[in-house]
Design a protein around this ligand. Structure first.
Ligand code: ZN
Ligand code: ZN
Length: 344
Protein backbone atom coordinates (compact mmCIF):
# COMPACT_ATOMS: atom_id res chain seq x y z
CA UNK A 1 0.00 0.00 0.00
CA UNK A 2 1.04 3.62 -0.54
CA UNK A 3 1.85 5.72 2.52
CA UNK A 4 3.09 9.25 3.19
CA UNK A 5 6.20 8.61 5.25
CA UNK A 6 8.70 10.68 7.19
CA UNK A 7 11.62 8.37 6.39
CA UNK A 8 14.49 10.08 8.23
CA UNK A 9 15.03 12.82 10.83
CA UNK A 10 15.55 16.39 9.63
CA UNK A 11 13.79 19.11 7.63
CA UNK A 12 11.74 17.52 4.83
CA UNK A 13 12.45 13.81 4.28
CA UNK A 14 8.79 13.05 3.56
CA UNK A 15 7.58 11.13 0.51
CA UNK A 16 5.06 8.56 -0.68
CA UNK A 17 6.46 5.06 -0.38
CA UNK A 18 5.16 1.57 -1.03
CA UNK A 19 5.01 -0.42 2.18
CA UNK A 20 3.57 -3.69 3.38
CA UNK A 21 -0.06 -3.70 4.53
CA UNK A 22 -0.32 -4.04 8.35
CA UNK A 23 -1.68 -7.30 9.74
CA UNK A 24 -4.57 -7.35 12.23
CA UNK A 25 -3.54 -8.81 15.61
CA UNK A 26 -5.79 -10.78 18.02
CA UNK A 27 -6.85 -7.71 19.95
CA UNK A 28 -6.71 -5.21 17.10
CA UNK A 29 -9.02 -3.61 14.58
CA UNK A 30 -8.01 -3.08 10.96
CA UNK A 31 -9.51 -0.02 9.31
CA UNK A 32 -9.53 1.06 5.68
CA UNK A 33 -8.93 4.82 5.77
CA UNK A 34 -11.63 6.90 4.08
CA UNK A 35 -10.29 10.42 4.77
CA UNK A 36 -7.41 11.87 6.76
CA UNK A 37 -7.15 15.62 7.39
CA UNK A 38 -3.98 17.70 7.13
CA UNK A 39 -3.15 19.25 10.51
CA UNK A 40 -0.60 21.88 11.54
CA UNK A 41 1.14 19.07 13.42
CA UNK A 42 1.77 17.27 10.10
CA UNK A 43 3.39 20.44 8.74
CA UNK A 44 5.58 20.59 11.85
CA UNK A 45 6.63 16.95 11.41
CA UNK A 46 7.56 17.77 7.80
CA UNK A 47 9.63 20.79 8.95
CA UNK A 48 11.07 18.87 11.94
CA UNK A 49 9.63 21.40 14.42
CA UNK A 50 7.52 18.70 16.13
CA UNK A 51 9.03 15.59 17.75
CA UNK A 52 8.72 12.52 15.55
CA UNK A 53 10.11 9.02 15.27
CA UNK A 54 10.93 8.08 11.67
CA UNK A 55 10.28 6.01 9.73
CA UNK A 56 6.65 6.90 10.48
CA UNK A 57 3.46 7.39 8.45
CA UNK A 58 2.02 10.91 8.94
CA UNK A 59 -1.64 11.80 9.58
CA UNK A 60 -3.81 11.46 12.69
CA UNK A 61 -7.22 13.03 11.89
CA UNK A 62 -9.09 10.27 10.13
CA UNK A 63 -12.18 8.18 9.55
CA UNK A 64 -12.71 4.89 7.81
CA UNK A 65 -14.41 1.50 7.75
CA UNK A 66 -13.53 -1.58 9.75
CA UNK A 67 -12.35 -4.35 7.41
CA UNK A 68 -11.14 -6.90 9.96
CA UNK A 69 -11.25 -7.52 13.71
CA UNK A 70 -9.05 -9.78 15.83
CA UNK A 71 -10.79 -12.76 17.49
CA UNK A 72 -10.63 -11.14 20.95
CA UNK A 73 -12.37 -7.96 19.78
CA UNK A 74 -15.97 -7.26 20.74
CA UNK A 75 -18.18 -4.22 20.17
CA UNK A 76 -16.76 -3.35 16.75
CA UNK A 77 -17.64 -5.20 13.57
CA UNK A 78 -16.52 -5.36 9.97
CA UNK A 79 -18.23 -2.65 7.94
CA UNK A 80 -18.61 -0.20 10.83
CA UNK A 81 -17.89 3.46 10.00
CA UNK A 82 -15.45 4.66 12.63
CA UNK A 83 -13.06 7.36 13.76
CA UNK A 84 -10.02 6.81 15.96
CA UNK A 85 -8.49 8.45 19.02
CA UNK A 86 -4.94 8.15 17.69
CA UNK A 87 -3.25 10.18 20.43
CA UNK A 88 -3.33 7.23 22.86
CA UNK A 89 -1.52 4.82 20.54
CA UNK A 90 1.28 4.39 23.11
CA UNK A 91 0.98 5.38 26.79
CA UNK A 92 2.49 3.85 29.94
CA UNK A 93 -0.93 3.22 31.52
CA UNK A 94 0.58 3.54 35.01
CA UNK A 95 1.54 7.16 35.68
CA UNK A 96 -0.88 9.39 37.60
CA UNK A 97 -1.95 11.09 34.35
CA UNK A 98 -2.73 7.81 32.60
CA UNK A 99 -4.60 6.58 35.69
CA UNK A 100 -6.74 9.71 35.80
CA UNK A 101 -7.51 9.65 32.06
CA UNK A 102 -5.21 12.60 31.26
CA UNK A 103 -3.10 10.51 28.91
CA UNK A 104 -1.74 13.54 27.02
CA UNK A 105 0.63 14.30 29.91
CA UNK A 106 2.11 10.78 30.01
CA UNK A 107 5.86 11.04 29.50
CA UNK A 108 5.89 7.87 27.45
CA UNK A 109 3.03 8.84 25.15
CA UNK A 110 3.40 8.47 21.42
CA UNK A 111 0.53 9.44 19.15
CA UNK A 112 -0.35 8.28 15.64
CA UNK A 113 1.15 10.24 12.77
CA UNK A 114 4.42 11.15 14.50
CA UNK A 115 5.10 8.65 17.31
CA UNK A 116 3.70 5.58 15.56
CA UNK A 117 2.29 5.01 12.07
CA UNK A 118 -0.62 7.28 11.15
CA UNK A 119 -3.35 7.36 8.53
CA UNK A 120 -2.02 9.00 5.36
CA UNK A 121 -2.27 5.55 3.82
CA UNK A 122 -4.83 2.86 2.98
CA UNK A 123 -4.97 0.67 6.12
CA UNK A 124 -4.26 1.17 9.82
CA UNK A 125 -4.48 -1.23 12.77
CA UNK A 126 -5.43 0.11 16.23
CA UNK A 127 -6.66 -1.15 19.60
CA UNK A 128 -10.46 -1.48 19.97
CA UNK A 129 -10.53 1.11 22.81
CA UNK A 130 -9.26 3.75 20.34
CA UNK A 131 -12.18 3.14 17.97
CA UNK A 132 -15.40 5.22 18.05
CA UNK A 133 -18.37 4.24 15.91
CA UNK A 134 -19.69 7.18 13.88
CA UNK A 135 -23.38 7.79 14.57
CA UNK A 136 -25.91 7.06 11.83
CA UNK A 137 -26.29 9.99 9.44
CA UNK A 138 -22.88 11.49 10.13
CA UNK A 139 -20.66 11.40 7.03
CA UNK A 140 -17.18 9.88 6.84
CA UNK A 141 -15.64 13.14 5.61
CA UNK A 142 -17.11 15.12 8.53
CA UNK A 143 -16.01 12.41 10.93
CA UNK A 144 -12.40 12.89 9.79
CA UNK A 145 -12.60 16.18 11.73
CA UNK A 146 -13.23 14.35 15.00
CA UNK A 147 -9.72 14.89 16.39
CA UNK A 148 -9.64 18.70 16.05
CA UNK A 149 -13.33 18.90 17.00
CA UNK A 150 -12.60 16.98 20.22
CA UNK A 151 -10.04 19.68 21.09
CA UNK A 152 -12.79 22.28 20.59
CA UNK A 153 -15.25 20.28 22.72
CA UNK A 154 -12.79 20.11 25.60
CA UNK A 155 -11.89 23.82 25.34
CA UNK A 156 -15.48 25.10 25.15
CA UNK A 157 -17.48 22.72 27.32
CA UNK A 158 -14.97 21.28 29.82
CA UNK A 159 -12.24 23.88 30.35
CA UNK A 160 -14.00 27.21 29.68
CA UNK A 161 -17.47 25.89 30.57
CA UNK A 162 -19.23 28.45 28.41
CA UNK A 163 -22.90 28.87 29.37
CA UNK A 164 -25.94 30.12 27.53
CA UNK A 165 -26.26 33.85 28.19
CA UNK A 166 -22.50 34.39 27.97
CA UNK A 167 -20.97 36.49 25.23
CA UNK A 168 -17.89 34.80 23.80
CA UNK A 169 -14.95 36.05 21.78
CA UNK A 170 -13.08 33.70 19.45
CA UNK A 171 -9.84 35.27 18.29
CA UNK A 172 -8.46 33.43 15.26
CA UNK A 173 -10.85 32.00 12.62
CA UNK A 174 -8.76 28.96 11.67
CA UNK A 175 -10.14 25.40 11.82
CA UNK A 176 -10.01 25.19 15.64
CA UNK A 177 -11.60 28.62 16.08
CA UNK A 178 -14.43 27.75 13.68
CA UNK A 179 -14.98 24.35 15.33
CA UNK A 180 -15.32 26.16 18.69
CA UNK A 181 -17.77 28.52 16.99
CA UNK A 182 -19.86 25.55 15.80
CA UNK A 183 -20.33 24.46 19.41
CA UNK A 184 -21.07 27.93 20.74
CA UNK A 185 -23.66 28.56 18.03
CA UNK A 186 -25.28 25.17 18.75
CA UNK A 187 -25.48 26.14 22.43
CA UNK A 188 -27.00 29.51 21.56
CA UNK A 189 -24.04 31.52 22.84
CA UNK A 190 -23.59 34.96 21.29
CA UNK A 191 -20.13 34.90 19.71
CA UNK A 192 -17.82 37.53 18.26
CA UNK A 193 -15.13 36.20 15.92
CA UNK A 194 -11.98 38.25 15.31
CA UNK A 195 -9.42 37.77 12.56
CA UNK A 196 -6.55 39.68 10.99
CA UNK A 197 -5.88 40.95 7.48
CA UNK A 198 -5.86 37.88 5.21
CA UNK A 199 -8.59 36.15 7.20
CA UNK A 200 -11.39 37.61 5.06
CA UNK A 201 -12.66 34.31 3.67
CA UNK A 202 -12.44 32.61 7.06
CA UNK A 203 -14.40 35.44 8.69
CA UNK A 204 -17.06 35.06 6.00
CA UNK A 205 -17.24 31.38 6.92
CA UNK A 206 -17.61 32.39 10.60
CA UNK A 207 -20.50 34.65 9.64
CA UNK A 208 -22.26 31.91 7.73
CA UNK A 209 -21.78 29.46 10.63
CA UNK A 210 -23.63 31.94 12.84
CA UNK A 211 -21.20 34.37 14.52
CA UNK A 212 -23.14 37.34 15.90
CA UNK A 213 -20.36 39.68 14.76
CA UNK A 214 -17.11 39.26 12.82
CA UNK A 215 -14.24 41.72 13.17
CA UNK A 216 -11.32 42.12 10.80
CA UNK A 217 -8.86 43.90 13.09
CA UNK A 218 -7.07 45.26 10.01
CA UNK A 219 -10.20 47.33 9.34
CA UNK A 220 -11.88 47.87 12.68
CA UNK A 221 -10.83 48.01 16.33
CA UNK A 222 -11.75 44.88 18.28
CA UNK A 223 -12.24 46.96 21.44
CA UNK A 224 -14.91 49.06 19.67
CA UNK A 225 -16.72 46.00 18.38
CA UNK A 226 -16.68 44.36 21.83
CA UNK A 227 -17.96 47.56 23.46
CA UNK A 228 -20.80 47.73 20.95
CA UNK A 229 -21.77 44.06 21.22
CA UNK A 230 -21.66 43.90 25.03
CA UNK A 231 -23.05 47.34 25.94
CA UNK A 232 -19.61 48.34 27.23
CA UNK A 233 -19.36 45.36 29.62
CA UNK A 234 -16.73 43.23 27.87
CA UNK A 235 -17.00 39.57 26.92
CA UNK A 236 -17.52 36.80 29.49
CA UNK A 237 -15.13 34.37 27.83
CA UNK A 238 -12.31 34.66 25.31
CA UNK A 239 -10.85 31.74 23.35
CA UNK A 240 -7.40 32.47 21.91
CA UNK A 241 -7.19 30.41 18.72
CA UNK A 242 -4.64 32.42 16.70
CA UNK A 243 -1.39 32.04 18.63
CA UNK A 244 -0.43 35.65 17.94
CA UNK A 245 0.62 38.33 20.47
CA UNK A 246 -1.95 40.83 19.14
CA UNK A 247 -4.66 38.23 19.58
CA UNK A 248 -3.58 37.43 23.15
CA UNK A 249 -3.63 41.14 24.00
CA UNK A 250 -6.98 41.62 22.24
CA UNK A 251 -8.54 38.79 24.27
CA UNK A 252 -7.22 40.09 27.61
CA UNK A 253 -8.50 43.57 26.84
CA UNK A 254 -11.90 42.38 25.61
CA UNK A 255 -12.74 40.43 28.79
CA UNK A 256 -14.99 41.81 31.50
CA UNK A 257 -13.86 41.70 35.14
CA UNK A 258 -13.94 38.05 36.38
CA UNK A 259 -13.96 36.87 32.76
CA UNK A 260 -12.38 33.61 31.62
CA UNK A 261 -9.57 33.25 29.08
CA UNK A 262 -8.57 30.00 27.43
CA UNK A 263 -5.40 29.47 25.39
CA UNK A 264 -6.04 26.96 22.60
CA UNK A 265 -3.41 27.98 20.03
CA UNK A 266 0.39 27.73 20.14
CA UNK A 267 2.37 30.98 19.92
CA UNK A 268 5.66 29.12 19.46
CA UNK A 269 7.71 31.88 21.09
CA UNK A 270 7.78 34.12 24.15
CA UNK A 271 5.48 37.10 23.86
CA UNK A 272 4.72 40.30 25.75
CA UNK A 273 1.20 40.83 27.07
CA UNK A 274 -0.48 43.08 29.67
CA UNK A 275 -0.33 40.77 32.70
CA UNK A 276 -1.83 43.47 34.98
CA UNK A 277 -5.15 42.87 33.22
CA UNK A 278 -5.27 39.53 35.00
CA UNK A 279 -4.86 41.26 38.36
CA UNK A 280 -7.09 44.29 37.89
CA UNK A 281 -9.91 42.30 36.29
CA UNK A 282 -9.31 39.17 38.37
CA UNK A 283 -9.37 37.04 35.24
CA UNK A 284 -9.12 33.26 35.12
CA UNK A 285 -6.57 31.98 32.60
CA UNK A 286 -6.58 28.37 31.41
CA UNK A 287 -4.97 26.29 28.73
CA UNK A 288 -6.71 23.52 26.81
CA UNK A 289 -4.63 20.85 25.10
CA UNK A 290 -6.06 17.76 23.41
CA UNK A 291 -8.99 15.97 25.10
CA UNK A 292 -9.74 12.85 27.08
CA UNK A 293 -11.61 9.68 26.11
CA UNK A 294 -14.61 11.17 27.93
CA UNK A 295 -14.46 14.16 25.58
CA UNK A 296 -14.66 11.75 22.65
CA UNK A 297 -17.71 10.07 24.15
CA UNK A 298 -19.42 13.44 24.53
CA UNK A 299 -18.43 14.33 20.95
CA UNK A 300 -20.11 11.18 19.61
CA UNK A 301 -23.31 12.23 21.40
CA UNK A 302 -23.03 15.70 19.86
CA UNK A 303 -22.68 14.09 16.41
CA UNK A 304 -25.65 11.80 17.10
CA UNK A 305 -27.90 14.69 18.14
CA UNK A 306 -27.33 16.22 14.71
CA UNK A 307 -27.16 19.90 15.66
CA UNK A 308 -23.51 20.27 14.68
CA UNK A 309 -22.47 19.45 11.14
CA UNK A 310 -18.87 19.93 10.01
CA UNK A 311 -19.00 19.68 6.21
CA UNK A 312 -18.51 23.41 5.63
CA UNK A 313 -15.11 23.34 7.41
CA UNK A 314 -13.78 21.03 4.66
CA UNK A 315 -12.26 23.09 1.83
CA UNK A 316 -10.98 20.29 -0.39
CA UNK A 317 -10.62 16.52 -0.71
CA UNK A 318 -7.55 15.42 -2.63
CA UNK A 319 -5.93 12.08 -3.44
CA UNK A 320 -2.97 11.17 -1.23
CA UNK A 321 -0.57 11.71 -4.15
CA UNK A 322 -1.50 15.42 -4.06
CA UNK A 323 -0.25 15.78 -0.48
CA UNK A 324 2.14 18.63 -1.41
CA UNK A 325 -0.75 20.71 -2.76
CA UNK A 326 -2.77 19.95 0.39
CA UNK A 327 0.08 20.94 2.71
CA UNK A 328 0.69 24.15 0.71
CA UNK A 329 -3.00 25.11 0.91
CA UNK A 330 -2.77 24.88 4.70
CA UNK A 331 0.52 26.81 4.94
CA UNK A 332 -0.87 29.61 2.77
CA UNK A 333 -4.10 29.69 4.82
CA UNK A 334 -5.99 29.26 1.53
CA UNK A 335 -8.04 26.45 2.99
CA UNK A 336 -9.66 25.45 6.26
CA UNK A 337 -9.44 21.66 6.43
CA UNK A 338 -8.03 19.69 3.51
CA UNK A 339 -8.68 15.94 3.52
CA UNK A 340 -6.56 13.37 1.72
CA UNK A 341 -7.96 10.01 0.63
CA UNK A 342 -5.97 6.91 -0.32
CA UNK A 343 -6.02 5.70 -3.91
CA UNK A 344 -6.62 1.98 -4.26
ZN1 ZN B 1 -4.43 17.45 14.54
ZN1 ZN C 1 1.45 7.34 31.61
Amino acid sequence: MKALIKYAPGDGNVEIRDIEEPRCGENQVKIEVAFCGVCVADLHVLLETFRNYPPVILGHEFSGRVVETGNQVTGVATGDAVTVLGATAVTCGQCSYCRSGRFMFCRNRRGMGHGVNGAFTQYVVVRPDQVYRIPEGFALDEAALSEPFAAAVQAVTEITQVRIGDTALISGPGPIGLLCLKLLVAEGVKTIVAGAAGDGARLECARSIGAACVVNIGERSLADAVREETGGMGVDVALECAGHPDSVRGCLEALRPMGRYTQIAICGREIQFPIDNIFYKQLTLSGSICYTARTWERMMKIFAQGRVRLGDIISAKLPLSDWRTAFDLCVEKKALKVLLYPEA
